[in-house]
Design a protein around this ligand. Structure first.
Ligand code: DOR
Ligand code: ZN
Length: 430
């Protein structure tokens, strides 16, 4: 055994005093008492699985003034996330094997954590995806206009879901229907206009189109960042190959609790009503929503400070997501088992990686959290590049120590590995 971790560990829903034995980066035994040459004890802290964020935009290559893989992955690690999936709307967008390989070369030198790279399915590449399918960890389809979106139309959607171009890889959807968006499009001077120009009906329409196109399909489909009750209602009795995510910003914000004049809250899909927000929370608790994903989409303060209509959509969130949920656990507003299911276990299942819970054979990815040390989020204490957060002042429980595949990467709040300590994940979806 390479390492023994002792402490209060979350095992099958209960906190138990026990030990995790680690060999070759994996959990090899879980027992009340274990000894070994190297033992790490966390007596006052709780040991939890690290989070997996299946949806980030680390902007590398092409927009590294907003973020790059070094700052993005470091920031994730400080937020207790040791595995991310990066979306393909980088510049150039990841639409071919060559571009995917180029991106892999760049980011694997910079990342502190494990990563998956997603490729985009566009109207142009949708009939030749089989090579890309072998090398990417998943696909993203934008059904409507968004920041740097690479779009796919409805006819091609049916083709992709019924052809054998994509095999054993998850397909993620930005579900806002383009025809519908065009219909409601108008100049926006605040978040109220923005939500009126991207109404819930566009989300519902896109989801219905996906459900229809997927009727006889066994593809693993994920609906990203669900934002509305209307969208939720058509997903309630979905087949088991379809999963759903929501984001911290759709869960924490609604147009009644934000400064609607501020373009820092401009995001696609938009922040909606309190009723939408409350229904998303309820759905997380009943299992109608599977996971929380950050949709970390950083833009600089200068870019965000432009006129509302031209300011880009998107907000950062990878570092604050898991700590904010853990603060809700501390306040008895969220069950700990549920928090780790939506942050760790279900995301791992969706992308098909042996991570996200403590059982033998899983990657030894875990955090230590001191539940007495709740803090308030401050932009200046965060590690990503864009230097602002929409969650300023919200309560959070940041981990003190973070381990990835048995290696300590953060020790008492300091990063202790070199850049490039990472592995590209290999998804195995059946
Ligand atoms: O608000 C958004 N920002 N929505 C997206 O779909 C893309 C993202 C970005 O990349 O900035
Ligand atoms: Zn996104």
């Amino acid at each position: 055994m390479d390492l023994v971790i002792r402490g209060k560990v979350l095992i099958q829903g209960k906190i138990e005093e026990c030990c995790l034995g680690i060999k070759d980066g994996k959990i090899c035994v879980i027992k009340k008492i274990l000894s070994g040459d190297k033992v790490c004890s966390f007596s006052n802290k709780i040991i939890l699985p690290t989070g997996i964020d299946v949806h980030v935009h680390f902007r590398d290559p092409g927009n590294i003034h907003k973020e790059d893989f070094k700052t993005g992955s470091m920031s994730a690690a400080y937020g207790g996330i040791t595995c991310i999936c990066d979306m393909p709307n980088t510049i150039p967008p990841v639409t071919s094997m060559e571009l995917l390989e180029k991106k892999k070369k760049i980011v694997s030198k910079k990342s502190y954590i494990d990563f998956g790279l997603f490729a985009a399915i566009s109207n142009e590449n949708c009939s030749r995806l089989s090579e890309l399918n072998k090398h990417c960890q998943g696909f993203k389809i934008f059904l409507g206009e968004s920041t740097q979106a690479i779009k796919l139309n409805k006819d091609n959607l049916k083709f992709v879901l019924s052809s054998n171009e994509v095999i054993n890889k998850p397909i993620f959807f930005h579900a806002e229907d383009d025809t519908c968006l065009q219909k409601y499009k108008k100049l926006s001077s605040d978040c109220i206009d923005h939500v009126a120009s991207r109404p819930a009906i566009c989300e519902k329409t896109a989801i219905l189109n996906v459900l229809n196109a997927a009727l006889d399909s066994q593809q693993r489909i994920h609906i990203c960042h669900l934002s509305s009750l209307e969208g939720l209602n058509v997903l309630r009795n979905r087949p088991s190959n379809i999963s759903v995510g929501s984001t911290p910003h759709h869960l924490f914000f609604d147009v009644e609790n934000i400064n609607t004049k501020s373009s820092f809250f401009k995001v696609n899909p938009p922040i909606r009503s309190a009723i939408d927000r409350e229904s998303l929370w309820l759905a997380l608790k009943t299992g109608d929503i599977d996971i929380v994903e950050s949709d970390h989409a950083p833009h600089t303060i200068e870019e965000k400070e432009q006129n509302f209509d031209v300011a880009p959509s998107g907000m950062p969130g990878v570092e604050t997501m898991y700590p904010m949920l853990l603060a809700l656990v501390k306040k008895d507003k969220l069950d700990l088992q549920l928090a780790t299911s939506i942050m760790c276990k279900r995301p791992a299942e969706i992308i098909g990686v042996p991570k996200g819970n403590f059982s033998v054979g899983m990657d030894a990815d875990f955090i230590a959290v001191d539940f007495s040390k709740i803090s308030k989020i401050k932009a200046k204490s965060l590690h990503y590049k864009c230097e602002w957060t929409p969650f300023e002042g919200k309560e959070a429980l940041f981990p003190t120590d973070v381990f990835l595949r048995g290696e300590q990467i953060i020790k008492e709040k300091e990063i202790v590995v070199d850049m490039g300590f990472c592995k590209q994940i290999s998804s195995t979806i059946q």
